[in-house]
Ligand binder design. Structure first.
Ligand code: ADP
Ligand code: ZN
Ligand code: MG
Length: 478
């Protein structure tokens, strides 16, 4: 089989977190009772006029500036005409020829370094309503009609299904960092259509692409694209060809199926929206927006690697949300060993959050208390093993580690006499094993250590047990 190159371009829709809809004063809240957040404007009544929501423009500009895109200080809204039951106006107000933003790059950390995914266009538009089906009826909820969306279109530069997955994760993270959207893909706050084509390595022109829709989780995007890449390669290998069409991801059967071919694809008859003047933006206002942009995920990753000397992998996990990153930093500031803090957060803390389905700020273990626990290990008061038990109690009760250690008498035994005594007992109780050890079965050393730990209820300092036991056995051997 010859080698093929994969080319993917994504079209992403992000629901913007405004109070009200993009062209009317209805609440941007579609979990309310069906079709209650509606008015003549968003229901498309004749004679009603749209009024642009400044907040939606601000959130869109925040994104464009954050990813290094260019803002057209004059942009134009356009009508995109099509018929669908959830679109009462018969058109969607979108942007076409002169969109709000263009270009910009999103950094993604891939397995072999970092890649920069270039954006093609970024524009504002309104969402449509939502149909839902009951046993014997089809219904439409108009609450979502006219809510603001940011559309982000990438250049055809993504090279694998996995890179598309990483890219979407990063987009979700960025919109969350920027507080412009919940980014919740399962709830439709982030949606993605994927264009994909393959071409034999070395071929200059692009292959024929298909577009895959109905991808409502980031995992599905990766699965659907892998499936589609294989399907296209198989077609070409068998001497066939790819048909340009729109396909749907069928999550129950793990495959894509034809939705419509190019001939059936709608002609949207775009034209400038006559009820809205061109949108002109003031440079001073844009500078204010730029100044308020927070540190972005990739910048945080780089800073964590630099300031705390932790691996990039750790930094990427710890910066997955702003709150987790803050939790790490607050803890690390109180500890000498940031890598130890990272290890604890990536294991016990994240496991607890997962079990409790909670966020860092809901954890009963505050950064200060976690730092206390880690310092207890670092200065030898407790062993790492006992620390896990203490952590579990801290997560349950919210108590400090010092308090638990004192109450349960868990301090590590560092008194050499006590440890020597325990070792003496263990050796005298195990004459047969001792003989085998001296006959060459050196791995029994670990057995003796285990027995001493058991005798001291896990409280002896493992470091001292190893050291004293070694001295003792070497001494006897000599
Ligand atoms: P359309 O006019 O059909 O919307 P665009 O040029 O706007 O097409 O591209 C839509 C999306 O498809 C973009 O994300 C783009 O990167 C992607 N795309 C374009 N050509 C290809 C191709 N040959 N293979 C994969 N993706 C492509
Ligand atoms: Zn309305
Ligand atoms: Mg397009």
């Amino acid at each position: 089989m010859s080698a093929y190159e994969t080319i993917i371009g994504l079209e992403i829709h992000v629901q913007l977190l405004t109070e009200t809809k993009i062209f009317c004063a209805c609440r941007n809240q579609f979990e309310a009772e069906t079709s209650t957040n509606t008015c003549p404007v968003c229901l498309g009544m004749p004679g009603s006029l749209p009024v642009l929501n400044k907040k939606a423009v601000e959130l869109a500009c925040r994104f464009i500036l954050a990813v290094g895109g260019d803002i057209n200080t004059t942009s134009v809204f356009a009508r995109k005409n099509y018929f669908y039951p959830d679109l009462p106006k018969g058109y969607q107000i979108s942007q076409h020829e002169l969109p709000l933003g263009k270009s910009g790059t999103i950094r993604v950390e891939t397995d072999d370094g970092t890649s920069g995914v270039k954006l093609q266009g970024i524009h504002l538009e309104e969402d449509a309503g939502k149909s839902f089906h009951l046993e014997d009826s089809s219904n439409i909820d108009f609450n979502r009609c006219g809510t603001p969306l940011l559309e982000i279109v990438t250049m055809p530069v993504i090279k694998s299904a996995h890179e598309a997955y990483l890219f979407l994760n990063r987009i979700r993270q960025i919109v969350q960092y920027l507080e412009i959207s919940s980014g919740d893909m399962e709830k439709g706050a982030l949606r993605c259509d994927a264009n994909v084509s393959v071409r034999p390595e070395g071929q200059h022109e692009y292959g024929i692409r298909t577009e895959v829709k109905n991808l409502n989780s980031i995992r599905y995007v990766e699965k659907a694209l892998s499936y589609e890449v294989n399907r296209q390669i198989n077609l070409l290998e068998q001497g066939g060809f790819v048909v340009q069409e729109t396909r749907l991801w069928d999550e129950n059967n793990n495959r894509t199926v034809t939705m419509r071919t190019k001939e059936e694809s709608p002609d949207y008859r775009y034209f400038p929206e006559p009820d809205l003047p061109p949108m002109k933006l003031d440079n001073e206002w844009l500078e204010e927006i730029r100044d308020a942009i927070p540190e972005l995920p990739h910048q945080k990753i780089d800073r964590f690697v630099r300031e705390y000397s932790i691996p990039q992998y750790d930094a990427a996990v710890l910066t997955s949300t702003v709150n987790l990153a803050d939790y790490f930093e607050q803890t690390a500031k109180l500890c000498k060993n940031p890598k130890q803090v990272s290890n604890w957060i990536m294991t016990e803390v994240m496991k607890t959050m997962k079990d409790e389905k909670s966020d860092p700020e809901d954890l009963k273990v505050s950064p200060k208390n976690l730092a206390g626990l880690i310092n207890n290990i670092e200065n030898g008061t407790i062993s790492g093993k006992i620390a896990k038990e203490i952590f579990a109690e801290m997560a349950f009760t919210g108590k400090e580690s010092d308090e638990i250690i004192a109450a349960r008498g868990l301090q590590q035994i560092t008194d050499k006499k006590v440890i020597e005594q325990a070792i003496k007992q263990v050796l005298s109780e195990n004459p047969a094993n001792l003989k085998r050890y001296f006959d060459g079965q050196e791995k029994l050393f670990g057995y003796f250590v285990g027995q001493v730990m058991k005798k001291t209820e896990g409280k002896a300092s493992p470091h001292l047990v190893n050291q004293i036991l070694k001295d003792k056995l070497d001494g006897r051997k000599a």
